[in-house]
Design a protein around this ligand. Structure first.
Ligand code: NDP
Length: 384
């Protein structure tokens, strides 16, 4: 019998939904890179329903309890008195989501004597101290691919909304105004602009593919060059250094994992080398950008706009400067947890649990840390 401790974001303030805006979500069986979508033996939830919050329980309770396991679900995750801290010492498995991360620090991992599996219901395991997980022999897994397109769509939406000045114009209409000059004095066309991605992995490449029909010039920077066929298909220009790419771009979209090679990449120096009036959209991780450097660059006009859905810490404090900085299109961390995405990462979480509980290997692409080293996707995307 295992104890599975699951941390999920709180239910809606208006209560758990009884009805939904739509009756179903499309079934996606295969991703753009050919990987198949999760295929657990069964699921106990309706795709398109809210399973990412506490009451939704990722649809796992029946499956786990009927097999005799103990399943604890909470959203109370911060501070030593939290339910998470109290329940952690005898947990065998921790499930957490990047949207509402249960930070598995070295100190917490040292206290979690029984922990064997830290499972990210989503993508991005930087809320786990990977070095400490390796030290304590904890396997780390995530549901690779499950919400890549969800995030890519969100990034494209944010690029368009910043460049075209959508959000302030919508606010003006909503509040009864009609000053068109105010709406358009910061509004441009995307067509013809240069857009660069930091990282062209699953999400970065999907952003590029979705932007291509807008007749933009596409650029990318990462450590390894993509196959020539992909570069040719999208007309992608490769840059060996991020500094070179940002100099020629009007818009930069950040799609890299957070690790020592990317933390604080967009510092005062890099921001100052960008074209005046550039836009940044970061849906990867907040700490890739310097918090106060971004605010200053927006205030003095080096940046024309910044959007994203990732913050540090999460949830962001009420007085986090990114809530009120000028020309921002921030949202809470939501891009990878649309109802469509939830159906996939809940199924993927179940698939990983089925494997782990039955002693079967999980798919290589879901593995981040295994056998006391970075492995699978973790070995390709992270450094420690
Ligand atoms: P992938 O593993 O598919 O791709 C990661 C890419 O990052 C690789 O192409 C890698 O290329 C590149 N990379 C790694 N290190 C660096 C570096 N130092 N500089 C430049 N590029 C680098 O990941 P995904 O596309 O699936 O996800 C990316 C990130 O997006 C996740 O780690 C997560 O943090 C975030 N995310 C956010 C979500 C949200 O809801 N907002 C949801 C899902 C993910 P190379 O090795 O050649 O450098």
């Amino acid at each position: 019998m295992a104890k599975i401790l699951c941390v999920l974001y709180p239910d809606p303030e208006s209560g758990f939904p009884k009805t939904y805006a739509r009756d179903n979500v499309p079934t996606i069986t295969r991703y753009e890179n050919g990987q198949t979508a999760p295929n657990p033996k069964a699921i106990d939830f309706i795709p398109g329903h809210l399973v990412g919050s506490v009451t939704g329980e990722l649809g796992l309770r029946k499956f786990l309890e009927s097999a005799g396991h103990r399943f604890v679900v909470t959203s109370d995750k911060d501070g030593e008195e939290s339910v998470f801290d109290r329940e952690l010492p005898d947990a065998d498995v921790v499930i957490s989501q990047p949207f509402w991360p249960a930070y598995l620090t070295a100190a917490r991992l040292a206290k979690a004597k029984k922990l064997r599996l830290a499972l990210t219901a989503g993508i991005g395991s930087d809320h786990i101290d990977l070095e400490a997980a390796i030290k304590h022999g904890v396997t780390v897994a995530e549901v690779t691919g499950s919400n890549s397109i969800s995030v890519a769509e969100h990034a494209v939406m944010m690029i368009l909304s910043l460049v075209r000045n959508y959000l302030p114009s919508h606010e003006r209409a909503k509040s009864g105004g009609w000053n068109i000059a105010d709406c358009v004095s910061r509004s441009y066309d995307l067509e013809g602009m240069h857009v660069g991605t930091v990282a062209a992995g699953r999400i970065g490449l999907a952003v590029m593919r979705r932007l291509k029909p807008f007749d933009v010039r596409l650029h990318y920077f990462q450590r390894h060059r993509l196959p020539k066929a992909v570069e040719d298909e999208l007309g992608l220009s490769f840059h060996y250094e991020v500094e070179h790419m940002v100099k020629v771009c009007d818009i930069v979209t950040i799609n890299a994992p957070l690790h020592p090679g990317t933390i604080n990449m967009f510092d005062e120096k890099l921001l100052s080398s960008m074209k005046r009036g550039s836009y940044i959209v970061d849906t990867a991780r907040a700490q890739i950008c310097g918090r106060d450097a971004i605010v200053r660059a927006l205030e003095d006009g080096r940046l024309a706009g910044y959007a994203g859905d990732v913050w540090y810490p999460q949830p962001a404090p009420k007085d986090h400067p990114w809530r009120k900085m000028p020309y921002n299109g921030m949202t809470p961390h939501m891009s990878g947890t649309s109802l469509s995405a939830q159906a996939r990462y809940a199924a993927g979480t179940r698939e990983i649990l089925e494997c782990w509980l039955e002693g079967r290997p999980m798919r290589e692409e879901y593995v981040i840390v295994d056998g006391s080293k970075l492995a699978g996707t973790g070995a390709m995307a992270y450094t420690i």
